[in-house]
Design a binder for this molecule. Structure first.
Ligand SMILES: NC(=O)c1ccc[n+]([C@@H]2O[C@H](COP(=O)([O-])OP(=O)(O)OC[C@H]3O[C@@H](n4cnc5c(N)ncnc54)[C@H](OP(=O)(O)O)[C@@H]3O)[C@@H](O)[C@H]2O)c1
Length: 332
């Protein structure tokens, strides 16, 4: 028998409009980059997904290469989807991406039509889906003509394999060019997925302005700087944390937990307490404060982290004094 989700699952989550589109996304979305691969506990993975949806998280974000091994997060998600979520397909926004290295040879990476078309079909097969709601080009590829990549995104929408398309980690100039091209093709760019946290503020140098001007949504990844912006590293690196997981593929490691970073984290933690939040909640609320931001894309290793992180929604407003204090802590 399939799992029965809570009737009150939509009562507390906030839903925000994605740019100028008709699509609402939850203010907190769940990513499956880590913790859903073959090396991970599948019962925990299933519990996380169930709890997330029970809390109103309607959006699950994947990519061809999530695992490890690459592809296994989509496969494992597909199994859980079939068991628990198949009856709820119309209540879910499922995304995938291609753009990083996925298989050997010249056709398993970057932005060519050859790679993207094959990758899309592989992703749909692994997840057991007829379509994804959002398909992203995962990173810019300066060696492929932008038109080839954008035409392929447009093709997916025309084929019904994706309802919407997006781009990830494109800089402001690349974003403007991609948005314009997609608009001319009749397939608007729904959303951009950049890295944004108190420790990584590059989007403030033009990208957020472009997204607002163009009416494109924004879903920010690694808003906790992979866990650093929480209370977990205050007293050293704890067992079981991502920094000790040696997962590779961009995962945070011990070298990122510097005394300078921890000194900032300690100060931010004090400020969070004054707001009756913990640091993770402060960090998520801070990203969500920006009116160009549609959603924060969190990762979790334990179900409790879903509940804890969502509680950021209880206090999303910042005084100018608090914002200045945060800027000062981050600058020093
Ligand atoms: N487009 C791209 O290129 C790109 C790149 C990276 C990520 N993403 C997307 O963004 C998603 C999120 O990225 P991320 O996992 O780096 O996000 P994150 O939210 O910054 O970091 C997640 C980690 O933070 C810790 N954590 C989460 N909630 C916590 C809480 N309430 N209290 C204390 N610690 C907490 C956990 O670490 P422990 O595991 O140590 O418990 C968790 O694994 C990915 O799954 C993926 O969908 C996209």
């Amino acid at each position: 028998m399939s799992y029965s989700f809570r009737d009150d699952r939509y009562d507390k989550m906030q839903y925000r409009r994605t740019g100028n589109s008709g699509l609402l996304l939850p203010a907190v979305s769940l990513g499956l980059w880590h913790n859903f691969g073959d090396i991970d506990n599948q019962e925990t993975a299933r519990e996380i997904l169930r709890l997330a949806f029970d809390k109103g998280i309607t959006h699950f974000d994947l990519a061809n290469n999530y695992g490890p091994p690459p592809g296994s997060a989509e496969e494992n998600f597909g199994k859980i989807f079939k068991q628990d979520f198949a009856a709820y397909r119309d209540e879910l926004i499922i995304s995938s991406k291609a753009g990083w290295g996925m298989w050997p040879g010249p056709y398993g990476d970057h932005g060519s039509k050859k790679y993207l078309v094959a990758s899309m079909d592989q992703s749909l097969k692994r997840m057991g889906l007829d379509y994804v709601d959002i398909f992203y080009h995962h990173r810019p590829d300066p060696a492929t003509p932008l038109e080839e990549t954008m035409r392929t995104l447009d093709l997916f929408v025309r084929q019904g394999k994706a309802l919407y398309v997006g781009i990830s980690s494109y800089n402001p100039g690349e974003t403007e060019a991609a948005v314009k091209m997609l608009r001319e093709m009749g397939t608007p760019c729904l959303i951009h997925q950049p890295k944004y946290s108190m420790f990584e503020r590059w989007v403030e140098d033009g990208l957020l302005d472009v997204l607002k001007k163009e009416g494109v949504g924004c879903i920010c990844f690694s808003p906790l700087a992979q866990g650093l912006l929480s209370n977990k590293y205050l007293k050293g690196i704890p067992e079981g944390s991502r920094a000790l997981s040696h997962r590779g593929n961009g995962a945070i490691d011990e070298t990122a937990i510097t005394p300078e970073k921890i000194a900032k984290v300690v100060k931010l933690n004090e400020l969070a307490k004054k707001r009756n939040q913990n640091l993770a909640q402060l960090a998520l609320a801070w990203v969500l404060r920006h009116d160009a931001v549609t959603s924060v894309l969190i990762g979790v290793s334990k179900p409790e982290q879903v509940t804890d992180s969502i509680a950021c929604l209880e206090n999303l407003s910042f005084s100018d004094t608090e914002l200045n204090e945060i800027d000062q802590i981050l600058k020093n």
